[in-house]
Ligand binder design. Structure first.
Ligand SMILES: O=C1O[C@H](COP(=O)(O)O)[C@@H](O)[C@H](O)[C@H]1O
Length: 223
């Protein structure tokens, strides 16, 4: 694990957005298309606002979330809503977007079609992960139904998840597809998340799902 500590959240956002844009731009020098997988929640707002103005060939980039809450796109808990407001604007409005929320009644009904839609965009060029204080990442929650399967090498790329720690049903990309990304970054802020990360390093992924990605990840932290 590579750990980068920033003097403040502004510096983190600038530097991480720049890093993601450079990795995408470098990939696009030798490939027709690239992909960027991002988290929802609250932490990535500033990074998204900065990244959306980056001068890269966004029309050759496909963006998708690592997980989505099964709510309408205009619901205040929708991760897509966050993305549309903060990332898919300015220059990044030219990116192709794969929405994980399909409008099907249950996330289980959407997993196969989403796996097909994502297939041409794998491996992911750059993935940005988030983490909750409970050490979940994407919607891989401790105690979630089917967590062992979602963490296993043979997991399908997309799975439906229900967990006590999640307020609504979720859809999530699974361990193999996330950990196969060319570049893996984790964004965390504040002392509680730093402490949680330290605990997770000594735990098994079944108890601390973020652990599954730490060996290959660059962690970006600011107070
Ligand atoms: O529910 C979720 O939580 C995590 C962490 O969110 P944050 O608000 O603590 O930054 C997020 O990474 C995930 O995408 C989201 O669905």
């Amino acid at each position: 694990m590579n750990f980068v500590e920033y003097p403040d959240r502004d510096m983190l956002a600038l530097s991480l957005a720049d890093r993601l844009a450079s990795q995408l731009a470098q990939h696009l020098r030798s490939n027709e298309q690239g992909s960027l997988c991002v988290p929802g929640g609250t932490s990535p707002v500033q990074v998204f606002d900065t990244l959306s103005g980056s001068d890269i060939d966004w029309d050759r980039v496909t963006v998708f979330l690592g997980d989505e809450r099964w709510v309408d796109g205009d619901h205040k808990r929708s991760n897509s809503r966050l993305l549309r407001r903060h990332l898919l604007k300015d220059r990044a409005a030219a990116a192709q977007y794969i929405d994980l929320y399909t409008g099907d009644p249950r996330p289980e009904d959407a997993t196969e079609a989403l796996a097909e839609a994502l297939k041409p965009h794998l491996p992911i060029t750059a993935v940005l992960l988030g983490m909750g204080n409970d050490m979940h990442t994407a919607s891989l929650f401790p105690g979630a139904d089917h967590l062992a399967e979602a963490l296993s090498p043979g997991a399908p790329p997309v799975m439906a998840v229900r967990a006590e720690g999640a307020a609504e049903p979720r859809i999530t990309l699974t361990r193999p597809v996330l950990s196969n990304a060319i570049h893996i970054h984790l964004l965390i802020m504040g002392p509680e998340k730093r402490e949680a990360l330290e605990r997770a390093q000594k735990m098994d992924p079944i108890e601390a799902p973020i652990r599954a990605f730490l060996d290959e990840a660059t962690v970006h932290w600011a107070e």
